[in-house]
Design a protein around this ligand. Structure first.
Ligand code: CIR
Length: 268
């Protein structure tokens, strides 16, 4: 079976703030422990670096409890950053706070002019960006994003994030250019028609927020049946603890902006 690798040269992460205890969540199962969060985050950064990528960890932003989830305020395509407009009021300022870093790291920076879009609602393949309408991402934002994405050589396809799911990528991830890992309920919407879909195992929906980062698939620990499915399909699986991020509705994809810069520009 072909498992074409996706090559990322860089990732940007943000250290979790002590204020992550005030992070947004749909259901309160207790606050994350900042020290434990920092340990899990450090292991995550180590796993990204182990693939050979240059990983920059930006300093924590105490004013923004959810800022460790750096995927939400920006999208990087072809080395160009699009500053998004996070849909939660407490997160709206994260894009402006991140912008100077992306000016330093990326070939260009473009601002989404209107609407609301969270990066967690954008799943990119080699050719298209699937953008999920959700409580955080609205039609005005998707309409404003479309020409920006198309100018960078991608199609934009509007999809629906089912109402009970925070972000489209809470329940899906790209494993290779043709294959998506998704929960059965998201796959059942038909939005992945044309892709090969590997479904998470029963009771393991939270495993869907994985990332293919160069050779390995990084998967949250504690989902043995989904791990087995991926291994059986030929993927190298690296399991990482995400117990603290999960308490504030986060997972593996949310904690990095992953991109490729072929000539090493921005390699700091
Ligand atoms: C939030 O509700 O915005 C954060 N507590 C979790 C964000 C997770 N981000 C993501 O799925 N891309």
């Amino acid at each position: 079976m072909e498992n074409r690798s996706i090559t990322f040269t860089h990732a940007l992460c943000r250290a979790p703030a002590a204020s992550v205890t005030e992070g947004l969540r749909a259901v309160d199962q207790g606050d994350p422990d900042p020290m434990a969060f920092a340990r899990e985050h450090a292991a995550y950064v180590t796993a990204l670096r182990a693939t050979g990528a240059t990983v920059t960890v930006l300093p924590a932003l105490e004013h923004f409890p959810d800022s460790v989830f750096i995927e939400d305020p920006a999208l990087v395509l072809n080395g160009v950053a699009i500053m998004l407009r996070p849909g939660a009021p407490s997160r709206a300022g994260e894009a402006a706070a991140l912008r100077p870093d992306l000016v330093r790291h990326c070939a260009g920076v473009i601002d989404l002019p209107e609407g609301a879009v969270d990066g967690g609602d954008i799943l990119c393949s080699d050719t298209e960006a699937m953008v999920g309408l959700s409580a955080r991402t609205d039609r005005a934002g998707i309409a404003a994003l479309r020409p920006l994405v198309e100018d960078l050589g991608y199609r934009l396809r509007l999809v629906e994030t089912p109402p009970e799911i925070l972000h489209f990528k809470t329940e899906s991830s790209l494993l290779d250019p043709e294959t998506i890992l998704a929960t059965p309920r998201l796959a059942a919407t038909g939005c992945f028609d044309g892709y090969r879909v590997i479904e998470t195992a029963e009771g393991e929906a939270a495993a869907a927020n994985a990332i293919r980062f160069n050779a390995p698939v990084l998967l949250s620990a504690g989902f043995p049946h989904t791990a087995e499915r991926l291994t059986h399909a030929g993927y190298e699986v690296v399991e990482l603890a995400t117990t603290q991020a999960a308490l504030v509705d986060g997972g593996l994809s949310c904690m990095s902006l992953r991109y490729a810069i072929p000539d090493g520009r921005g390699a700091t």
